[in-house]
Ligand binder design. Structure first.
Ligand code: F6R
Length: 369
C-alpha cells in the first residue's frame, strides 16, 4: 500500500500534485466562476460578514496563516488566525457577522471542534475545510469545503497541508467574487496559476535528490533556524515543525523581520539557517530585505540554505546551498516552497534511523483537549 515508497510520508509527499489537482477539480468553470456547491451559507449572509476568524492547530494553523494573507489581500475582510485551544478560553469577540473558517485534516481535533461549537453558540457562521468525509467538525459546521488529498496515513501532515492551502485560496476567491472585490479576469488569472501548480510541484519532486542529500549530510545537526517573510513566514514555521516532529531536532521558524529584534543572538559559527526567499517580483522590497537578512546571518557564521525562485541569481553569493522552485504568483508560493522543507525533514529523520510515519509521542488525530 506504500506503492513502493519506503514510508507513507514519502508516498504522501509525492502525491501532492494529485492532492492539489483533485482539490481544484470541478470547482470553477472556464470563465473563472467559482462553483462551491457545498457552500451552504446564503450568499447574502456571506456578503454581510465583517470579520473572519480562522481556527486550527499545528500544521493546519500554518495553512490558516497563509489563508489570512490571501483572503485579506483579495477580499479586504479583516481576518485573524487563532489556535483553537487559545480562542475559546479568552472571551473572543464573535457575533453573527463573524465567519469562522476551521481547518482540520482529520475533522476530529477536539480543540478545534470545541472552538467551532463555541463560535456557533455565539451566532457565528462556520465553514469547515476538512480532508475527512463525514467527520465531526464538518458535520457540526454550517458549510464544508472538502480537500481531496486522499487519506493521510503518516502522522505528520504533508499533502493535506497543501490541499488546505489550495482550498483556502478557493474560498478567498469565492468570497472576492461574491463581494465584488476582484474582477472576473483577475480571478480567472489566479485560477489559471493555481491550475499550473500540480506540474510545478512535480518538478520539485523530480529534482529532490539535491535537498535530500544535503539533509542526509546534516544528520548530526543540533538545531536549525528557518526564516521567511509574508507567506514565507508560515512556511518557515511549518518547515521547523516538520523537523521537530520527525527528526527530534530543535528547530524554530521566524519572521525574517524579527531577526534583529532578538533571534539573531542565536547565530554562531556553523548554525544552519534555512531561508525562504520571497519572489523578486513580489510586494515592495521584501526580496531585498530578506537577501540582507541572509547576509547578516552569514556574516555571523551561519550556514545558509536558501529556497528561492528560479532565475533569482542574487542569492547565490550569500548561500552555501540554493534550491530553486518554479516561478509563480507570490501569494501562491507556499504550495511550492513548502515541498523542499518536507523533503528535507523526511530525509534527515530517515538518515537518523527514525520512523517518519510514527514519530514518538504523537498521534494522528488529537481527540482530547
Ligand atoms: C503536524 C500535524 C499536526 C496537525 C494538528 C491538527 O504535522 O500533523 O500539527 O496539523 O494536530 O490536526 P487536524 O488538521 O487533523 O485538525
Amino acid at each position: 500500500e506504500k506503492d513502493g515508497y519506503p514510508s507513507f510520508m514519502e508516498k504522501e509527499i509525492n502525491e501532492q500534485p494529485e492532492a492539489v489537482a483533485a482539490t481544484l477539480l470541478g470547482r470553477s468553470d472556464i470563465d473563472g466562476k467559482l462553483i462551491l456547491d457545498e457552500m451552504r451559507i446564503d450568499a447574502d449572509v456571506l456578503k454581510t460578514i465583517n470579520k473572519i476568524i480562522v481556527l486550527a492547530c499545528g500544521t493546519s494553523a500554518y495553512a490558516g496563516q497563509v489563508a489570512k494573507y490571501a483572503i485579506e489581500h483579495w477580499c479586504r475582510i479583516p481576518t485573524e488566525v487563532e489556535l483553537s485551544h487559545e480562542f475559546r478560553y479568552r472571551d473572543p469577540i464573535v457575533d453573527d457577522k463573524t465567519l469562522i473558517v476551521s481547518l482540520s485534516q482529520s475533522g476530529e481535533t477536539m480543540d478545534t471542534l470545541m472552538a467551532v461549537r463555541y463560535a456557533r453558540e455565539q451566532g457565528a457562521k462556520t465553514i469547515a475545510i476538512c480532508n475527512t468525509n463525514g467527520s465531526t467538525i464538518p458535520r457540526e459546521s454550517d458549510a464544508v469545503l472538502y480537500t481531496h488529498a486522499g487519506p493521510e496515513i503518516a502522522v505528520a501532515s504533508t499533502k493535506a497541508f497543501l490541499a488546505q492551502i489550495t482550498a483556502a485560496y478557493l474560498l478567498g476567491l469565492y468570497l472576492a467574487q461574491l463581494r465584488g472585490n476582484l474582477f472576473q479576469g483577475q480571478i480567472k488569472d489566479i485560477l489559471a496559476d493555481l491550475g499550473k501548480m500540480p506540474a510545478k510541484i512535480a518538478t520539485i519532486l523530480d529534482n529532490s535528490e539535491q535537498i535530500k542529500e544535503l539533509a542526509r549530510s546534516m544528520a548530526d545537526t543540533r538545531s536549525v533556524l528557518f526564516l521567511g517573510r509574508h507567506v514565507g513566514y508560515p512556511v518557515a514555521m511549518e518547515g521547523a515543525l516538520k523537523l521537530k516532529e520527525l527528526a527530534y531536532i530543535h528547530a524554530e521558524g521566524f519572521a525574517a523581520g524579527e531577526l534583529k529584534h532578538g533571534p539573531i543572538a542565536l547565530i554562531e559559527e556553523g548554525q544552519p539557517v534555512i531561508v525562504v526567499v520571497p519572489s523578486p517580483r513580489g510586494r515592495d522590497s521584501l526580496h531585498s530585505k530578506v537577501v540582507s537578512n541572509i547576509q547578516e546571518v552569514r556574516a555571523r557564521g551561519a550556514m545558509t540554505i536558501v529556497i528561492a525562485e528560479e532565475g533569482d541569481e542574487s542569492v547565490r553569493e550569500y548561500a552555501e546551498h540554493v534550491f530553486y522552485i518554479p516561478e509563480t504568483t507570490p501569494l501562491l508560493a507556499p504550495l511550492l516552497t513548502t515541498v523542499p522543507l518536507q523533503l528535507f525533514a523526511c530525509a534527515l529523520a530517515t538518515a537518523k534511523g527514525f520512523d517518519v510515519d510514527q514519530p514518538r509521542n504523537l498521534a494522528k488525530s488529537v481527540t482530547v483537549e
